[in-house]
Design a protein around this ligand. Structure first.
Ligand code: MBD
Ligand code: FE
Length: 283
């Protein structure tokens, strides 16, 4: 057992939280377009039928699949499973025609309504928050490079142990989560700490799939962002660190070359800093 003060996240713990969060996010269901449901469901099932034929899937394997799918639900790991192995293609399709900042997946650990600041702020963190101090700053502009005042820059990320507040236990609410509204010059500056790589929980169903397949459970260290402004399209993205482990083989396949940061020693003399500018497409 770990010490009582250390977070001891279990798959069931963060899975339950992620599943509850997602259930709250779902509003009234949109109108059903039967033709589109039929086309997509038919093609999805056909693709699966083809895999069964191609690999001559046995009844033992079919039963193992059934048992595993049941367990994903029991663990609350559907949000994790979908966001790790499926969302990157949904994001690719959704953002294909954007001209501004490149997007990436949202993942299962976003929470709206984080504490709001103006222009420059230190993210909510513990007094003894571990990790390299890190200044993340930049400007929000339109596609012509004009600064946007009052743009919202929402930032959330894991701590130096790779855990997210409100999903892993023992971390204060809103830890390492915050929103900055840009000033008249479109600028924002977050003082935070560098996050650690994220490991998919090994004790749940997603971990069981990874172990059974002999894959690795890692996402590279990353910052999550949502940037928006009136009259502009909201962009959801992630930023990574050059040379960080698993930047080249993210289990969630969500790294893109334009999203890799190259921090330098901070001008203040403590920690590191980097500038990243966001350009928003018109709505
Ligand atoms: C994460 O932190 C994440 O960003 C994604 C996409 C999936 C699992 C954990
Ligand atoms: Fe993440």
């Amino acid at each position: 057992m770990s010490a009582p003060t250390a977070p001891n996240p279990t798959a069931a713990g963060s899975g339950r939280n992620a599943t509850e969060r997602f259930a709250q996010k779902q509003r009234s269901a949109a109108e059903v377009d039967h033709a589109r449901v039929s086309a997509i469901a038919t093609d999805a099932l056909s693709a699966l039928h083809e895999v069964i034929r191609e690999h001559q899937v046995t009844y033992d394997e079919y039963d193992a699949l059934k048992a595993w799918l049941i367990r994903v639900g029991e663990d609350g790991e559907w949000p994790l499973f979908l966001d790790v192995w499926i969302e990157h293609v949904v994001e690719e399709v959704a953002n294909a025609s954007r001209e501004g900042t490149t997007g990436s997946i949202e993942g299962p650990y976003y929470i709206p309504g984080s504490p709001e600041f103006r222009s420059e702020a230190t993210l909510p963190m513990r007094e003894d928050e571990k990790g390299t101090p890190f200044l993340f700053q930049g400007t929000v502009t339109d596609l012509e490079g004009e600064p946007i005042e009052d743009a919202r820059v929402e930032l959330w990320h894991a701590d130096a142990d790779g855990y997210y507040s409100q999903f892993a236990p023992g971390i204060p609410e809103w830890n390492l989560r915050g929103t900055i509204r840009t000033g008249p010059d479109g600028r924002f500056a977050f003082h935070t700490v560098r996050p650690a790589p994220y490991q998919i929980p090994t004790d749940g169903s997603c971990g069981a799939l990874i172990a059974a397949a002999g894959w690795h459970p890692w996402r590279p260290a990353h910052l999550h962002l949502k940037v928006s402004a009136p009259g502009k399209q909201l962009i959801t993205t992630q930023l990574y660190f050059e040379g960080g482990s698993h930047v080249e083989d993210d289990v969630a396949q969500a790294v893109k070359p334009e999203l890799i940061l190259r921090p330098t020693p901070a001008a203040s003399g403590t920690g590191e800093e980097v500038t990243y500018d966001f350009a928003l497409d018109p709505a």
